[in-house]
Design a protein around this ligand. Structure first.
Ligand code: NOJ
Length: 555
């Protein structure tokens, strides 16, 4: 098996605004990251993914970039970035940047020029269309805000924005735009970064003629015409060539991607992406977006996990994650806020021992949970606000707020909880956003001191994973497929085995070790309960609330 460096790694994602404030202005920054690099290293991760650090008006918190070659003044400057990069490298941590090129900010100089007229150097940098008989150019909805078109009187034309109005889509069919992207990549690669996480990269090539979408599909009606578009592979091939000049890797975000489509990017000699983020396993309690909720079903989660493990086996490499800045906190969704420690540690086990490169999002390693703000006015995320004001408007305010509590991206964007002092030790100033009041109990300082904390359990899992060839390379086989309470899978590599058993139940459940040709001698390697004596020498046993166990068997 080909063993590229990223396959052995685990990444930590930083959403900088809420990570750690190093200069007391209430906003997380690179000075703060610098101070916390040894903490990150201590987790046992091998790299950092930075969500956008670039100058941005923050209509979508950094995903609306106004300068690709600089650092947002809130977060520092290029000098401190270089310092962070070099210290990260000294510690053996890779650093990957977010590359957001489906769209820019409407305050990017390219757009400011582009909207001035139909015939300037930048007129074709974006997707401009005339209206049709006094109507919009097509029926596409924006994923974030109303329709996907905005009128600009100077050009008497509309521009396309699949996301917010302040995020106009770039015209990737224009070779000059692709050249800009490649130059931006080189700028950061020359500085020493190790790769990119490429934002909604599967959306960058739009179908010729921009045909109407299916009108009965809300929000995503245009998606069949901009996802995996006609020239996507050619364009990604161009970007790949840049990466190949460096020892760099590319991780593409693929919203709604299928295994088949993902393999078209990641498999074979001519692969353009090394890894992809898919969303299948994030829909065990929702449909398409967390705002369209349904009750959590373990079977859905297991089906998604197993589907990707099998489909990519031997052909491509999985990306494993449960949280990032786009999804509410996982304990509040798939675990239980009554059993934070138990479910937080169990959730760690359930994904960290699958085959793939794991990502851990800031705060996940201490079990941070969703925030519940009183009024919609306290929320700041553009998509949460839009959902609230667009859907289910006839429901009571309480019901609509419940949906926001369960779905808002703001829940994963509250300041990191470092200790139990004011503002959770995140800042000495006034925090830019609400701190989750549970910081008095859930914080890094406390968990450092408790041997069985979620934080220390993540460390144990990562340390074990790193030295286990079975965990890194092994085949995957699922047991208890039809159980709505237990997720059990086995990994096998060269006759050695790992058995991972997770209970998603709030009450004890029994399980039996799987039957096999060769009776295996299972040795308990990890358990999220301190007292493990109950398991000695028996083939059938009970799992306690949200209990997770990892066993090994060597030949
Ligand atoms: C995906 C990013 O992760 C998300 O935060 C952002 O809002 C959209 N892409 C648009 O850039």
């Amino acid at each position: 098996m080909e063993k590229d460096w990223y396959k052995r790694m685990c990444f930590y994602q930083i959403w900088i605004r809420s990570f750690y404030d190093g200069n007391g202005d209430g906003i997380g920054d690179l000075y703060g990251v610098y101070e916390k690099l040894s903490y990150i290293k201590s987790l046992g991760v091998d790299g950092i993914w930075f969500s956008p650090l670039y100058p941005s008006p923050n209509a979508d918190y950094g995903y609306d970039i106004s300068d690709y070659r600089n650092i947002h003044p809130d977060y520092g400057n290029l000098t401190i970035f270089r310092k962070v990069l070099s210290h990260a490298h000294e510690l053996g941590l890779k650093v990957i940047m977010d590359l957001v090129v489906n769209h820019t900010s409407d305050e990017h100089p390219w757009f400011i020029e582009s909207k001035k007229s139909r015939d300037n150097e930048y007129s074709d940098y974006y997707i401009w269309r005339d209206g049709k008989h006094g109507k919009l150019p097509n029926n596409w909805d924006s994923l974030f805000e109303g329709k996907a078109w905005e009128y600009v009187p100077e050009r008497d034309q509309y521009y396309l924005h699949i996301f917010a109005k302040k995020q106009p889509d770039l015209n990737m069919d224009n070779p000059k735009v692709r050249q800009e992207v490649k130059d931006i990549m080189r700028f950061w690669l020359d500085m020493g970064v190790d790769g990119f996480r490429e934002d909604v990269i599967t959306f960058i090539s739009k179908k010729d003629g921009l045909p109407n979408g299916l009108s009965f599909i809300p929000i995503a009606n245009g998606m069949p015409h901009y996802k995996d578009g006609p020239h996507i592979h050619e364009y990604l091939e161009e970007f790949r060539q840049v990466c190949d000049e460096y020892d760099c890797f590319q991780l593409g975000e693929g919203p709604m991607t299928t295994t088949k489509s993902a393999l078209s990017y990641m498999a074979g000699e001519s692969k353009t992406l090394d890894l992809m983020f898919h969303f299948d396993h994030m829909m065990a309690d929702c449909l398409f977006t967390e705002y369209i909720q349904r009750p959590f079903r373990l079977k859905r989660l297991k089906k998604a996990f197993s589907k990707w493990q099998h489909a990519l086996a031997g052909k491509a490499w999985n990306t494993l994650y449960l949280e990032n800045h786009d999804h509410p906190r996982i304990i509040s969704r798939y675990g239980s806020e009554e059993y934070i420690r138990e479910s937080g540690t169990m959730l760690a086990v359930c994904y960290l021992f699958q085959q793939g490169t794991p990502f851990i999002y800031q705060g996940q390693e201490i079990g941070m949970t969703n925030i519940r703000l009183k009024s919609i006015d306290q929320y700041i995320d553009v998509s949460s606000k839009n959902n609230y004001h667009t859907f289910h408007v006839k429901d009571s305010i309480e019901k609509r707020m419940e949906r926001i509590h369960a779905s808002s991206r703001d829940s994963s964007r509250t300041p990191m909880q470092w200790d139990d002092t004011e503002n959770a030790g995140f800042t000495t100033g006034k925090p830019w956003f609400y701190v989750n009041p549970n910081y008095v109990d859930i914080n890094v300082k406390r968990e450092e001191q408790e041997a069985d904390s979620i934080l220390n359990f993540y460390r144990k899992c990562l340390a074990f994973r790193k030295q286990s060839d079975v965990a890194l390379w092994g085949n995957y086989r699922e047991y208890y497929k039809h159980s709505g309470k237990i997720y059990m899978y086995e990994r096998e590599w060269q006759g050695n085995y790992l058995l991972v058993i997770c209970s998603f139940a709030k009450h004890p459940v029994s399980f039996r070790f799987p039957k096999s040709e060769r009776e295996k001698d299972w040795k308990l390697e990890l358990c999220n309960y301190q007292d493990t004596s109950v398991e000695e020498g028996i083939r059938e046993m009970k799992l306690r609330e949200y209990e997770a166990r990892v066993y090994s068997s060597v030949n």
